[in-house]
Design a protein around this ligand. Structure first.
Ligand code: DGJ
Length: 733
């Protein structure tokens, strides 16, 4: 059992393979946070908490004039409201009598096998071989009878602890949740913590920022209705001196695809507090007597071995416990070519067949028909919502087109943007009230399209039915599910005025229901997510999509940063990456090497390539398959930081048994007659001899030498050259 309750000490110790998390039912039945870090035994760590008379920090009434007990200074598992704790809080509830108080005290707990699940929200699953236990600990406000159950699931081997909160209204009046975080985490000493986040913008998603915690509230958030290009629902808190290979690092990843919030505060006593959950901006949720509200889950991990190990913990977990699709492990994902940058909206069935025929010689195994095949859709001003084939473009019909592609021994994929509608569409003409538009106002247009009120059941049913009808009409192997705008004009025509604050979250719940109804009912179809690139690339989405289109930016050098930033949380096998015509000065081989730090594919007009280019692509597609297992399932190491002034950008994937590795090096800045550059490997077996091939080398070198002395990278070569160094343990040759 990974969760130990010490009845005498009233401590709960949650043990993963290498970490311990401890909480305790403390004075006055407040639940205290005692520890999260490297493994300790079940001893009671209450000795860490010292109490002082803290001026201007109030004391709960029943502490009976005991002035040293203030919630303003105590580490807690979940906060109260209006009980003298002035730091950022986990809950803001307006009670039936209009007051804003919540004084949650321990009432009960339960420890059970397996992970918790949440109503309407995705959570990871446990495999047979996993040791997984759950603690459900309930606190209650004695006056209002509002209960919050704190949920903790320990995925022992993975070093992952999942948290969420469930609110139950046990009182007689409806309450309004104004803010309800999935977790609260207090650090007794936050002075030396850095906050790492993944900010960005359209075309430049998931860049990396690191800042010291200072005495104010740091907010990482999206208020765009989608998890967004601008921030990702992930943060790490790392010791100031932590690097890739050493130092304490805490990761927090929220499984939510809508507006989210992470707040971190260094308090007056240099303690740190972190909360994470649904963004409270424009949020309010009524909970009637007897009803529950579930928050989304947060996946936490800890390591004292640096940022690489933190990322690998997530990579391993995301590859095994998030998505049951056969395309995660059992069935190889084909090399694809996508028509978007090749043809945009200008294609027909003949053009598609021509592209597929030319691409076949490039080693491509699947063609994806992107935007423009449906309704009246010749540009981005019309057609969204009309999910039936445009027979002016696909004259032979979809079934026949797919047959022709399949006859070439290629697979067929298709694009949808289910959540959106164009005003110039039959769907909008039939159901103008299905869009989010506030009565008496005109909704903001973005890419000239409007957002469907996906929180409504009839909208969900329409989407499930119309997308499934297409999927069932032909032999479709793959779907790209896109969304191309943020959400504004929060409004639902089916909710009363006082419940409009629920619209954002209802949208997300509705979306998950639609995805359940389409994705989970088509286990043989491979689904890729997309949001104008990577604008909704988040952990929850990976329970549906085996991969996510990283960015509309296919410039290879920009992708070095994008992949680096994404790799803090996401594994290589989840990052959609293509070779395109962007950046003509970069050789095709280099573009392909960079796209192999992702799911690999092409995004160009194959009919326009020269014979030589086709042959280069064929070789690159062959390498994608050769290194598939290493890249998709190996341990990933960042060997350089592309945000720094570097001459080389490098990364490495190492097989789990350490018998094989691939080191990719891209030369980004080689000055004339400059110094010799070396790349040091990581994660190899020190005493193993490896056969090193690539970059003109054909040598036998020990793991020790490769890690501590490195590989010399050739000089006097053109810039933007890529080297793929393949290492194979000698006994395995
Ligand atoms: C945005 C996506 O990121 C592109 O790849 C493409 O599918 C377009 N949308 C189509 O509208």
């Amino acid at each position: 059992m990974s969760i130990v309750y010490n009845e005498k000490k009233k401590t709960f110790s949650l043990h993963t393979a290498r970490t311990t998390y401890q909480l305790k039912i403390g004075n006055l039945n407040y639940v205290k946070h005692l520890y999260y870090g490297a493994t300790i035994h079940d001893e009671d760590l209450i000795y860490l908490i010292r109490r002082y008379d803290r001026g201007f920090s109030g004391n709960p009434y029943d502490s009976l004039k005991e002035r040293t007990f203030s919630l303003d200074a105590q580490p807690q598992e979940f906060t109260t409201q209006q009980q003298g704790d002035f730091r950022i809080n986990s809950i803001e509830v307006q009670n039936g009598d209009g007051s804003f108080s919540f004084d949650g005290r321990y009432v009960s707990h339960k420890i059970c096998k397996g992970p918790f699940t949440l109503k309407g929200l995705p959570t990871p699953f446990a495999r047979e071989e996993d040791t997984v236990d759950t603690l459900e600990l309930t606190i209650e406000d004695a006056v209002t009878k509002v209960r919050v159950t704190l949920l903790y699931t320990v995925f022992e081997e993975a070093d992952i602890i999942m948290r969420a909160a469930r609110v139950h209204n046990g009182g007689a009046k409806t309450i309004a949740l104004k803010r309800i975080m999935s977790m609260n985490m207090d650090f007794m000493n936050g002075r030396d913590l850095d906050l790492i986040s993944l900010p960005g913008r359209y075309g430049q998603e998931r860049q990396v920022e690191r800042q010291s915690l200072t005495h104010h509230v740091h907010k990482i958030r999206s208020g765009r209705g989608i998890s967004s290009h601008q921030q990702n629902p992930f943060i790490a808190l790392a010791e100031r001196n932590a690097g890739e290979d050493y130092g304490s690092c805490y990761g927090f990843a929220l499984m939510y695809s809508g507006s989210f919030l992470a707040e971190a505060e260094l308090d007056q006593y240099d303690q740190a507090r972190l909360v994470m959950g649904i963004n409270d901006r424009l949020f309010s949720w009524d909970v009637a007597p007897g009803e529950d509200f579930d928050t989304p889950a947060v996946l936490m991990t800890y390591t004292h071995k640096g940022l690489t190990r933190m990322s690998q913990n997530y990579h391993n977990f995301f590859r095994t416990n998030m998505n049951r699709s056969k395309f995660v492990r059992d069935v190889r994902r084909p090399v694809l070519i996508n028509t978007w940058e090749a043809a945009f909206f200008s294609f027909d069935d003949v053009k598609l067949v021509e592209i597929a025929r030319a691409a076949k010689d490039m080693g491509v195994e699947m063609i994806v028909m992107d935007d423009g095949w449906f309704g009246k859709r010749d540009d981005d001003n019309s057609g969204l919502g009309d999910w039936y084939v445009n027979e002016k473009k696909i004259r032979c019909g979809l079934t026949e087109l797919v047959r022709q592609i399949n006859d070439m021994d290629m697979k067929f994929g298709i694009w949808f943007e289910p959540e959106m509608v164009s005003e110039d569409s039959n769907l909008f003409r039939a159901h103008p009230d299905w869009v989010m538009e506030i009565p008496g106002r005109h909704a903001v247009r973005s890419r000239n399209q409007l957002v469907l009120d996906v929180g409504r059941k009839e909208v969900q049913d329409y989407l499930i039915q119309s997308v499934n009808r297409i999927l069932d009409s032909a032999n479709i192997y793959y779907v790209k599910w896109d969304i191309n705008r943020a959400i504004t004009d929060l409004w639902s025509n089916v909710l009363p005025a006082e419940r409009q604050g629920e619209v954002f979250h209802r949208y997300v719940l509705g979306l998950y229901r639609v995805m359940d109804g389409i994705i989970k009912t088509h286990p043989d179809v491979m689904f890729e997510g997309c949001a104008g690139g990577g604008g909704r690339f988040d952990p929850a989405m990976l329970t549906y999509f085996v991969q996510y289109w990283s960015s509309d930016n296919t410039r290879p050098l920009d992708n070095l940063k994008l992949h680096y930033g994404s790799s803090f949380l996401y594994p290589v096998c989840s990052m959609g990456a293509h070779v395109s015509e962007a950046s003509p000065m970069v050789p095709l081989e280099t573009k392909a090497a960079i796209a192999m730090c992702g799911t690999f594919g092409y995004e160009l007009d194959a009919t326009k390539l020269s014979r030589e280019q086709i042959e280069t692509c064929a070789e690159m597609s062959r390498l994608y398959h050769k290194y598939y297992d290493l890249n998709f399932f190996g341990d990933y190491y960042r060997l350089s930081n592309p945000f720094e002034q570097v001459n080389l950008v490098a990364w490495e994937t190492v097989a789990k048994d350490r018998k094989e590795a691939l080191v990719t090096v891209i030369t980004v800045n080689l000055t004339m007659n400059g110094p010799q550059e070396y790349i040091k490997c990581k994660g190899l077996a020190p005493d193993t001899l490896y056969h090193l091939e690539g970059g003109g080398s054909d040598l036998v070198v020990s793991g020790m030498a490769l890690m501590h002395a490195g590989i010399p990278v050739p000089r006097e070569i053109p810039e933007f050259t890529a080297f793929l160094y393949h290492l194979k343990a000698l006994e395995d040759q």
